[in-house]
Design a protein around this ligand. Structure first.
Ligand code: NDP
Length: 273
């Protein structure tokens, strides 16, 4: 019998996950079905239960259900614990395992696809929501020279920085506190670009040969990427690679076989113009 997987979110019509996982399944010869489920806003748990009862093996979880997915799980892996959010569930008998592959997908995209290294670099992480939380542990595993979390609501940046080991060199602050600091890698993990907004970031934050990375994908040059480009930054990327890489991590977790990501990233890439 064909194994069943799904992505659940609300809305879900925009999701690329069925295309990505369907293509991964074909390219790796895995017999599986992958569908999109629009979970009722007040019925996430019931929707997951119905999918499991129907023979579901695992689910990707997207907005607004990542926190509920984390709460629902019986077993939470460390990256999900720090993020306090899950973007992937695996069903094993009575257990619901939860992980969060957003951060490792981001790291894989930065290191493998974009050829940048985090080790020894100064990293600025903009935002302190679920995506930033998910990125923090995978970033620290690469041993950057320093990592600054900057957020509009400063208390959230302080709180997130305080959750990791004091020796990891993570500092939380507000945008006005950045001063004249410059960074090798600047990651916009805010949702500002979805509304065409730009966090109050100075073009002076970009160091020589910096990488400017925007988590929002498929929108071309967002206000953040435009700021970077106008500041002379040559290495610009949006989150399409992260999207595909986190999907590849989920697929590997579920199926034990790693799909190639390059062709799918190329297929989904919208030029940054
Ligand atoms: P959350 O809602 O959890 O957090 C949003 C963050 O953005 C908060 O830190 C918020 O600050 C900040 N923010 C929102 N608007 C502004 C603004 N105008 N100026 C400054 N800061 C702002 O969202 P997520 O963390 O889950 O997602 C963030 C983005 O990452 C989304 O746009 C999402 O699409 C993208 N994403 C991409 C993925 C990919 O695979 N490429 C995967 C996951 C997410 P405050 O705390 O002050 O409200």
């Amino acid at each position: 019998m064909t194994d069943r997987y799904a992505v659940i979110g609300n809305p879900i019509g925009h999701s690329k996950s069925p295309l990505i996982h369907g293509t991964f399944a074909k390219s790796t010869g895995q017999d599986l079905e992958y569908i999109a489920i629009e979970g009722p806003l007040d019925g996430f748990t019931a929707a997951v239960a119905a999918f499991r009862t129907g023979g579901g093996y695992g689910m990707n979880v997207t907005a607004p259900f990542k926190l509920q997915a984390f709460e629902l799980a019986t077993d939470r892996l460390p990256r999900a614990q720090l993020a306090r959010a899950a973007n992937c569930l695996k069903f094993e008998c009575d257990r619901i395992l939860a992980d969060n592959f957003d951060g490792v997908g981001l790291v894989n995209d930065i290191e493998r696809n974009l050829g940048a290294t985090l080790a020894g670099k100064r990293v600025l992480l903009m935002g302190a929501g679920g995506a930033a939380r998910g990125a923090l542990l995978p970033f620290l595993e690469q041993h950057p020279a320093g990592l600054v979390i900057v957020n509009r609501t400063v208390a959230k940046a302080y709180a997130l920085a305080a959750e990791v080991d004091a020796n990891d060199g993570v500092v939380g602050c507000g945008y006005q506190d950045l001063g004249d600091q410059r960074f090798d890698i600047v990651v916009n993990a805010t949702s500002a670009s979805l509304k065409g907004e730009l966090p109050p970031i100075s073009p002076g934050v970009f160091g020589d040969n910096a990488l400017a990375y925007e988590l929002v994908y498929g929108k071309g040059l967002t206000p953040f990427l435009r700021l970077a480009r106008n500041a002379g930054v040559k290495r610009l990327a949006d989150g399409v690679g992260m999207l595909v890489e986190q999907a590849a991590e989920a697929f590997t977790w579920w199926r034990g076989v790693r799909p190639d990501t390059r062709a799918m990233i190329d297929k989904l890439t919208v030029p940054l113009v």
